[in-house]
Design a protein around this ligand. Sequence first.
Ligand code: ZN
Length: 288
Amino acid sequence: MLAGIEAGGTKFVCAVGAAPGRIEDRIAIPTTTPDETLDAALAFFSAHAPLDALGVASFGPIDVDPNSPTYGAILRSPKSSWDKASFPERLAGLQCPVKIDTDVNGAGLAEQLFGAGQDCETLAYVTVGTGIGAGVLHKGKPLSGAGHYEIGHIRPPKDKRDEAFEGVCPFHGDCLEGLASGTAIMARWGASLSDMAAPETAIDLVAFYLADLAATLIFAHRPDRIIFGGGVMKTPGLLDAVRTKTLALAGGYLDLPAPSDFIRPPGLGDKAGVTGALALAHSLTMKS
Ligand code: ZN
């Protein structure tokens, strides 16, 4: 039996299944403190023990180096109670090997295996929710440097309509995440895009910033496709606005596929994250 956790800023989705594409039981747990949330996860998984492997696709920053003594620990989290919280340590009671990666790398892997990235050699997966993150996978392997990518913290040019807003990133203020995440949207307008009576201007502004990320991914990595997931992307009209603005930023310099094919929502919908976590667990059983 494989176990997976999609660890997000607002909720943890835990699932078990015999294969990554076959979820047999799942539960959603609110993200509060490591004690509360991970104890609830432990109780859920214990009911399905014995487990062959656990995969965790988590918000970051997180230590994803298997050779590091702090592998699987959250690093410098804006959610302060999660600072240094270690998944392998707190879930040691499950007595199974644990594989850790970022939420976006996990979701990207699931999309490449089962979803909207199956025909892609190089796939970028972006999530726009509480925070903003992106992963790039080449032939099913996430690209990384000394740690996982932090491209949600690039600094797009500030839109003139947005000069008064200082941004909400505790580390950079008006970086991309500080300007266009769900947290930033709530701080700026007091409502989510979906809850606004007349969201057109807000959608246009958020799309302007997200297109900067898409263009950066295109210029740096030349992906075959970019998938945009996360709660904010469910706003009607937002993905189309990102497509249009990305194309404008690319400036006709490259021959890109049609925007409706090139920039897509997750094929697995809300299941991408937890399916990715199960795929991480599966990869561990393949090696042993
Ligand atoms: Zn930042």
